[in-house]
Design a protein around this ligand. Structure first.
Ligand code: SAH
Ligand code: SF4
Length: 434
């Protein structure tokens, strides 16, 4: 019997899917290259906005009834039994904290047992796979260090889909990082909904300590972490980064809005000026520090003035990149009850204006790199152009360049052309790739 896993959503879902695959392969099942040849399809789902959630149902709807369908992850967790009332055929629902049982669940599904739901939350961190070898990349290794969120931002479903914060013990994190370093990974990314809130059990040490330990113990050139919540900022984090050059000079630091009034309504616990103060503190300690962010436009009550404050935040911080979304009401969240005066078309307009401004900022910043030499981690071959490689800079800018460098090498690239979303360059010849 073989299976296929389809993943929607964030990096944590991608990481969970890799672990599920490993668990099932360890059990002797075979992972199928496509849906067509699979007996069982596991859909690891995303509930963060309505549209991606709806995509799951059109995806499932395309399969013949003979295929067994397991809906796993965030939508499974939030909707539970309600999923069986959807028009599509679903054989089993597996929440975010039940992945450790996937082996027995899949046996039951294969045996044709009655449709059922496994969605109980657990209070503690659960190790799924010892060192998660089933990784799609040999260059970038993702390591989950915590799960869940205690913040309850008024728009957000994550506390309901991932539960309360649970932290992975430091030893397990260090072991996985050391394993990746031994395997030759060039970049590790610590994952969590609130990575900077990681800490040891009661009264234990906090995230900056973990970063320091990792940076010293693990010889990986770039250590990154996503996502940090600005409301939990601790000055020690800046010190830990400044002391260790193998922690990338880049932080994903979602502001969501540039208006303190809207931030309050979102239940974010920082103001615009506090956010900017933190950005300044990072830059004072590390002049080359770069930022990226997430933004929501059209939040209930957001007026032109609020939106302009978001635009001006973009100009002030000069982000490397942003993810931006139109507000999507999520069932059960506080904001779902707020009145929405803004028409969907007007919210879309705001989204386009935001993205257009960001494209201009990126173009200006990228042009500033013309003629400069940038260190690039080669991540893939260009899918169409032979002899051309694609890589990323320390601040996650995409660089294309002709090269014989293998995937996973660091190359030095002189930038020769700049667009808003990518850079082109010429490689500085290198006899031995790092
Ligand atoms: N923990 C992270 C965010 C995780 S969710 C943080 O606090 O910043 C990823 C992103 O999805 C969020 O940053 C937000 O921009 C977006 N998002 C979450 N809920 C949303 C909603 N209801 N509507 C639109 N965008 C949303
Ligand atoms: Fe959602 Fe807020 Fe938690 Fe981020 S911090 S996951 S936006 S509730």
């Amino acid at each position: 019997m073989n299976f296929f896993i389809k993943t929607f959503g964030c990096q944590m879902n991608v990481n969970d899917s890799e672990k599920i695959r490993q668990l099932l392969e360890d059990k002797g099942l075979e992972s199928s290259a496509s849906e067509a040849t699979a007996d069982i399809i596991i859909v690891n789902s995303c509930a963060v906005r309505e549209k991606p959630q709806e995509k799951i149902f059109s995806y499932i709807g395309q399969f013949p009834p003979a295929k067994k369908i397991i809906v796993a992850g965030c939508v499974a967790q939030v909707e539970k039994e309600a999923l069986f009332r959807k028009k599509v055929k679903i054989d089993c629902v597996v929440g975010t904290h039940q992945f450790y049982r996937i082996g027995e669940i899949i046996d039951e599904v294969a045996a044709g047992s009655r449709a059922k739901t496994a969605a109980a939350f657990s209070r503690q961190w659960q190790e799924l796979v010892p060192a998660a070898q089933a990784r799609s990349s040999r260059v970038t290794g993702y390591i989950s260090i915590m799960e869940g969120c205690d913040n309850f931002c008024s728009y957000c479903i994550v506390p309901f889909s991932r539960g309360r914060e649970k932290y992975r013990p430091m030893d397990a994190i260090l072991r996985e990082a050391e394993f990746l370093a031994e395997q030759g990974f060039k970049e590790i990314v610590l994952l969590g909904q609130n990575v900077n809130h990681w800490h040891e059990a009661k009264g234990g040490r906090a995230f900056p300590h973990l970063l320091r330990r990792l940076a010293r113990a693990v010889p990986v050139p770039w250590i990154r972490f996503i996502t940090s919540y600005p409301g939990y900022h601790d000055r020690e984090l800046i010190r830990a980064m400044a002391e260790n050059r193998n922690i990338a000079r880049h932080i994903h630091f979602p502001a969501q809005s540039g208006s303190t009034r809207i931030l309050k309504k979102m239940c974010r616990t920082y103001s615009r000026s506090q956010y900017l103060q933190i950005v300044r503190a990072f830059r004072a300690a590390m002049p080359d520090m770069k930022f990226s962010s997430d933004f929501i436009v059209g939040f209930p009550g957001e007026n032109d003035r609020d939106f302009n404050l978001t635009l001006s935040l973009l100009e002030q911080v000069e982000y490397e990149s942003i993810f931006s979304f139109v507000y999507s009401p999520r069932p059960g969240t506080q904001a779902a009850a707020y009145a929405r005066e803004l028409a969907p078309a007007a919210a879309k307009q705001r989204l386009y204006a935001l993205q257009e401004l960001q494209a201009r900022i990126q173009l200006k910043n990228n042009r500033g790199l013309l003629g400069q030499i940038v260190e690039v981690l080669v991540t893939e071959k260009h899918p169409k152009k032979t002899g051309e490689m694609i890589g990323r800079s320390e601040s996650y800018r995409v660089v294309n360049f002709p090269s014989a460098a293998p995937v996973g090498a660091f190359a030095r690239v002189k930038i020769t052309a700049a667009g808003p979303h990518s850079l082109r360059g010429e490689e500085i010849p290198n006899r031995a790739y790092a």
